[in-house]
Design a binder for this molecule. Structure first.
Ligand code: ZN
Length: 402
């Protein structure tokens, strides 16, 4: 045995965790073996946070885009103009800053969306591929390429996406709401997903008008292609504007079809409801309620310090806390909210080796809290983390000098 983590608080018990060769080999009370010891004193230990939706390629743009863009369309236009000048080195440097933040916040698995189109070519994609390799010591990075500004209306984009998929993208994303022919974009992306055997992850239904939705078409295509369990949608803010009865019907459809939902509270709060001058709607879909109805859900970061979201420190615990606050989730639901940034996004990403169990990678994050409810309520500080059995960061607890 290489390492023993002593006195780890899991959801239902306190255990020791034994590690050898980068993997968990034992989860038991009081392990005795000749190994390095890390005593965490009964603190909460998680297998790391899972960020199912973040944009590394367009993070940290406030110095060149400003941030006062008003609404979603203006944010897309501001970044579209900026990305013509993205170089591989520039994307790498900004992405590295964000990844390092995510690591010290306790994130061990990430799906990053990367824009591919004739304006930026494959430059962002190539930079993110280098980040995936260079930060593998701390985080598993899954790359999801997608056409942010449309597919059928943007000549050359599909060819570039195919190139990225041939080089080795891990998933395929979509953005039907910016396409002049949304249904055709959805259909073409399903064709590519089948050809390359990839999961799909759409930006979808990102407004508060409940009178129409692309969800029905996504569900139909998921059934036609038998792709259930391999399709996710991000934002889905329209669901927050529907009556509970209609939202419940949608939840039943999502659960039955196998479509997962990622809610992005920081962006949804910042960009939705801009047309209201009072009683502004929150525009945040109630993920924990959908999860209770059998839908695989996650809460994720989305954008960091750019025109879509001029905030962000990559703390998924902060995001789950923010979500719980705006979604009226009380202490009895805090554990469910913590699940939305850990085990549930791992299911969304079809990560079959996630979790504190023998055989899985020895990924751990120790939080400065003694139970899940408190960790979420106070946004407990991550104290240290391990990736594949090797320490990846340490954040010493604050010290008072009386
Ligand atoms: Zn996004």
């Amino acid at each position: 045995m290489d390492l023993i983590l002593r006195q780890c608080r899991l959801a239902d018990r306190i255990v020791d965790i034994g590690v050898a060769g980068g993997r968990i080999i034992a989860v038991e009370p009081a392990i005795t073996a000749d190994a390095a010891i890390e005593d965490v004193g009964g603190r909460l230990v998680l297998p790391g946070f899972v960020d199912s939706h973040i944009h590394l390629d367009k993070a940290c743009l406030l110095d060149r885009c400003g941030h006062d863009h008003g609404d979603l369309g203006a944010a897309i236009r501001a970044v579209a103009a900026a990305k013509r000048y993205f170089t591989e080195e520039d994307v790498y440097a900004r992405g590295a800053r964000v990844l390092e933040q995510a690591v010290v916040q306790g994130t061990t698995r990430i799906r990053t969306h990367v824009e591919v189109d004739p304006r930026v070519g494959l430059r962002s994609f190539q930079a993110i591929r280098r980040l995936k390799r260079d930060y593998a010591w701390a985080v598993d990075l899954s790359i999801c390429v997608f056409p942010q500004e449309g597919l059928t209306n943007d000549p050359g984009t599909e060819e570039l996406l195919v190139q990225a998929l041939e080089i080795g993208a891990d998933a395929l994303g979509g953005c039907p709401y910016t396409d002049t022919d949304p249904d055709e974009q959805i259909a073409r992306l399903f064709v590519l997903a089948r050809r390359f055997d990839l999961d799909l992850d759409f930006h979808l239904d990102f407004d508060l008008d409940p009178s129409w939705t692309h969800l029905e078409e996504i569900a139909r295509q998921t059934d036609v292609n038998a792709w259930g369990g391999r399709v996710a949608i991000g934002h889905a803010t329209k669901l927050s504007a529907m009556t509970p009865a209609r939202r419940d019907a949608m939840a039943r459809r999502l659960a039955a079809t196998g479509i997962a939902v990622t809610v992005l509270p920081a962006t949804d709060l910042y960009l939705m409801g801009r047309g209201h001058d009072r009683d502004v709607p929150r525009g945040v879909t109630p993920a924990h309620i959908l999860a209770g109805q059998g839908v695989t859900c996650s809460i994720a970061t989305n954008n960091v310090l750019n025109p879509f979201t001029p905030f962000g420190d990559c703390s998924l615990l902060r995001m789950a806390n923010l979500y719980a606050n705006v979604a009226h989730a009380g202490p009895a639901e805090f554990a469910a909210c913590l699940d939305l940034v850990t085990a549930s996004p791992a299911r969304l990403m079809n990560l079959r080796d996630y979790g504190i169990a023998p055989g899985n990678p020895a990924d751990f994050v120790v939080l400065d809290a003694f139970d899940a409810m408190t960790a979420l309520a106070v946004i407990a500080q991550p104290l240290t983390g391990f990736k594949n059995g090797r320490r990846s960061f340490r954040r010493p607890a604050p010290v008072l000098f009386r």
